[in-house]
Design a protein around this ligand. Structure first.
Ligand SMILES: [Zn+2]
Ligand SMILES: [Zn+2]
Length: 177
């Protein structure tokens, strides 16, 4: 468990320093509410095909927290367990059974980590995106911004080796295939 935490630890030099440590948010209908008790470990945009499908949109932006740093109200969430093609491990999608909003992800691979959907914060702009991952599957017409770490795949290989990343100097449109 600790190893998992370490391997997904705070990104060097990009910790959010200009944001409130505690943020609140919730689902579309308001029955699920949460409060985050510290700054996120990091906030990133994922262009993988799972994230496109689970959001029904172009990509998924999420913040990662230690599991015990996110508190929920009494609203009950439903959970869907999806077996990841890549890792063979489960990703748990936590959503509001009333309005269908995906509020949170948890991971069999990283049991101490919880992802929170950026779009569910009351103020999504209170967190700053520091990286884009799985850019190789980004949908055409999606712009990749300058100044953030862009990874063609995940940040790390399945056996924990760091993947290379690039920093664009100007926005680039994802390629058409
Ligand atoms: Zn709801
Ligand atoms: Zn993804």
């Amino acid at each position: 468990m600790i190893g998992g935490l370490r391997s997904i630890g705070t990104e060097r030099g990009t910790k959010d320093i200009d944001m409130a440590d505690e943020l609140e948010g919730g689902c579309l209908c308001g029955s699920v509410r949460f409060r985050t008790m510290q700054a996120p470990l990091r906030t990133f945009v994922c262009h993988c095909t799972f994230c496109q499908r689970v959001t029904g949109s172009s990509y998924f932006a999420e913040s990662l927290f230690p599991m015990d740093a996110v508190r929920f109200n009494a609203g009950t969430m439903s959970t869907y367990a999806h077996l990841s093609d890549g890792s063979g491990k489960k990703v748990f999608v936590h959503f509001c059974p009333t309005c269908g909003t995906t509020v949170s992800l948890t991971f069999e691979r990283w049991p101490d980590i919880r992802g929170i959907s950026r779009g569910c914060y009351d103020d999504p702009n209170a967190v700053r995106v520091s990286s884009h991952i799985w850019t190789r599957s980004a949908q055409a017409d999606t712009a990749l911004p300058e100044g953030v770490d862009c990874f063609a795949q995940a940040r790390m290989t399945l056996d924990g080796k760091a993947e290379p990343c690039v920093r664009l100097t100007a926005p680039v449109m994802a390629r058409r295939t």
